[in-house]
Design a protein around this ligand. Structure first.
Ligand SMILES: [Zn+2]
Length: 126
């Protein structure tokens, strides 16, 4: 069971579109989409921006899903998306993209945590 604080950090750090792009190579341009949580033939779901992180609401299922729910849906563990030291920062739209690539590099072992922190500090101090 994942720590609530970490779950919240992941929900806030990544947008729904980031996660969709990561797993499917594609992110919807608009906020309506085919629901990733059921076999959907039309666009039954909508992305909502929330201070706690993006949510997907599925009108067919009448359910709300978080970014962590989406990561789990694609068979990944959201705790693996936490980057220590950067998770509590406010992440703007502009640097979300960079955070994503940093995290990928870290997970693939291309860079270590020190490098992640150095690049993040550089990013936020500009
Ligand atoms: Zn659905």
């Amino acid at each position: 069971m994942m720590d609530r604080r970490l779950e919240k950090a992941v929900n806030q750090a990544y947008s729904v579109k980031d996660v969709l792009r990561h797993f499917t190579g594609y992110a919807p341009v608009q906020d309506t989409l085919r629901c990733p949580f059921h076999e959907d033939t039309r666009k039954s779901a909508k992305i909502y921006c929330d201070p706690d992180g993006d949510k997907i609401y599925c009108y067919t299922e009448a359910k709300m899903f978080t970014v962590c729910d989406l990561i789990k849906r694609y068979g990944d563990d959201p705790s693996a998306w936490v980057v220590e030291g950067v998770e509590v920062q406010d992440v703007t739209d502009e640097n979300r993209e960079l955070d994503m690539s940093l995290l990928d590099d870290f997970r693939l072992g291309r860079i270590d945590m020190k490098e992640v922190l150095l690049r993040t500090i550089h990013l936020t101090s500009k």
